[in-house]
Ligand binder design. Structure first.
Ligand code: GDP
Ligand code: MG
Length: 433
């Protein structure tokens, strides 16, 4: 989707001003891109009609190009369409009960683990409940996750009634002073009556604080039909979009929201337990528009290193003084944050390129060796690194001179990119939040 939108905008980028003709063309391209990404035609049309009206009514700003202005309008409208702002996640109650529902394979069990992990980091004490009574392996799976994140799991392999398991689990939670109960339920490969009745029965027995419908974002238009079926029956309180790390069609987020009018509350983007994010419509809009999810990236980074350091770094980037020492620190931070590919994918313009890359965990080893072989002076002043210094660095790090040269060049390009991002009105996002 992002690629298509990018090319739609490209058409208007060269134009001097917004006018009816270039708007009409851009809007048509956007609509086609949305439809191709599995957004229902009517939704896409409603959406682009709105964008068109807004664009036509808007004064052309002198400070930005028409393309940028269109991007802004589309982004604002997309944000609005996806609910405007992040919605509340209710965990009040003693205990709060979160019911997890969705088709088999949608990612319920994985998400249950992630949610427990997330709540734990918020100083809550969650209890995971294995209410998938049909597959013994599902119970094992939840136990494995629970062990991994150090959260208790309630299960009862003898009990073949999901409703009474759920009730017993809540009693156990009360006895053990757990304040959030997460009930992972069974799914089927397609919407069916037995599953629906079971989840509905659990719902009426435990009166959940939140009912989260988990849906695989890669299932496209089907996701919308499934969401509708579950919502008709359960009247769920929120949606969890999973597998956003895959080659996913961003369309599901838009269509589901539009069709069932329920907020997306979380997005899941990987198999690891920390690959969970609160859903922010504006960030999703940015992401769909191919600008990368800068805000999430910055937030992830900030969770790992202290704010002061982040500020210092940001200032350095702004003044274009980013040096090798900063780079080395960055690499160390990134390594702490986990999956390289996820992180790189969030950088604007890089998303597409890294998707197909196979990035090994020690991708930075050589780079680190080279920076380590530089003197502090060289790290702080990359410009002084002349050929004889390069030779010494190559020897010291056990790299070839060409590799040092290539790295220096990449570093230079990266600085150029940072410089450009500083100048971009949209890239300025980094500073505005
Ligand atoms: P359930 O049947 O709904 O409980 O689904 P599971 O939680 O067992 O997940 C089904 C498969 O999808 C498993 O192989 C998970 O590891 C995988 N999975 C779940 N969530 C994600 C995600 O966000 N990204 C990726 N890449 N895989 C996921
Ligand atoms: Mg499961």
């Amino acid at each position: 989707l992002s690629e298509r939108l990018e090319s739609a905008f490209k058409n208007i980028k060269g134009q001097g001003r917004i006018n009816e003709l270039n708007i009409a063309n851009t809007v048509k391209d956007i609509r086609r891109a949305l439809v191709d990404a599995d957004v229902n035609y009517k939704i896409a049309k409603d959406f682009t009609d709105k964008v068109k009206d807004k664009a036509l009514g808007e004064k052309v700003l002198l400070s930005v190009s028409p393309g940028q202005q269109m991007v802004k309008i589309v982004q604002d409208e997309l944000t609005e369409l996806m609910g405007g702002k992040a919605s509340e996640f209710n965990i009040t109650g003693t205990p709060a009960v979160i019911l997890i529902a969705g088709l088999q394979g949608s990612g319920k069990t994985t998400f249950s683990g992630k949610l427990a992990n997330y709540l734990k980091s918020q100083k809550k004490s969650p209890l995971l409940v294995a209410a998938d009574i049909y597959r013994p392996a599902a119970i094992d799976q939840l136990h494995v996750l629970g062990e991994q994140i150090q959260v208790d799991v309630y299960s009862d392999r003898e009990n073949k009634d999901a409703v009474s398991i759920a009730k017993a689990a809540i009693a156990e939670a009360k006895a053990k002073n757990k304040n959030v109960v997460i009930i992972d339920t069974a799914g089927r490969l397609a919407v069916d009556e037995v599953m629906m009745t079971e989840v509905a029965n659990i719902k009426s027995a435990v009166n959940p604080t939140e009912i989260l419908f988990v849906v695989d974002s890669m299932t496209g238009q089907d996701a919308v039909n499934t969401a509708k079926a579950f919502n008709d029956r359960l009247d769920f309180s929120g949606v969890v979009l999973t597998k956003l790390d895959g080659d996913t069609r961003g369309g599901a987020a838009i269509s589901i929201q539009y069709t069932v009018d329920k907020p997306i509350k979380f997005v899941s983007n990987g198999e690891k337990m920390d690959a969970l994010d609160v859903f922010y419509p504006d960030r999703m809009a940015q992401r769909i528009l191919g600008m990368g999810d800068i805000t999430t990236l910055v937030e992830k980074a900030q969770a790992q290193f202290d704010e002061e350091q982040a500020k210092k770094l940001e200032k350095k980037i702004r003044k274009n003084q980013f040096d090798f020492e900063d780079f080395l620190q960055q690499i160390q931070q990134i390594k702490k944050m986990g999956n390289m590919k996820d992180l790189l994918g969030m950088i604007p313009g890089l998303g597409k390129q890294v998707k197909d890359l196979d990035i090994p965990d020690d991708a930075f080893k050589g780079i680190e060796a080279m920076i380590h072989s530089m003197t502090p002076e060289e790290r702080a002043n990359p410009d002084i690194i002349n050929p004889s210094r390069k030779n010494r660095i190559a020897k010291g790090s056990g790299k070839k001179l060409e590799e040092v040269n290539a790295f220096m060049k990449q570093f230079e390009q990266m600085k150029q990119m940072m410089k450009m991002m500083n100048k971009m009105p949209m890239g300025g996002m980094m500073g505005r939040r």
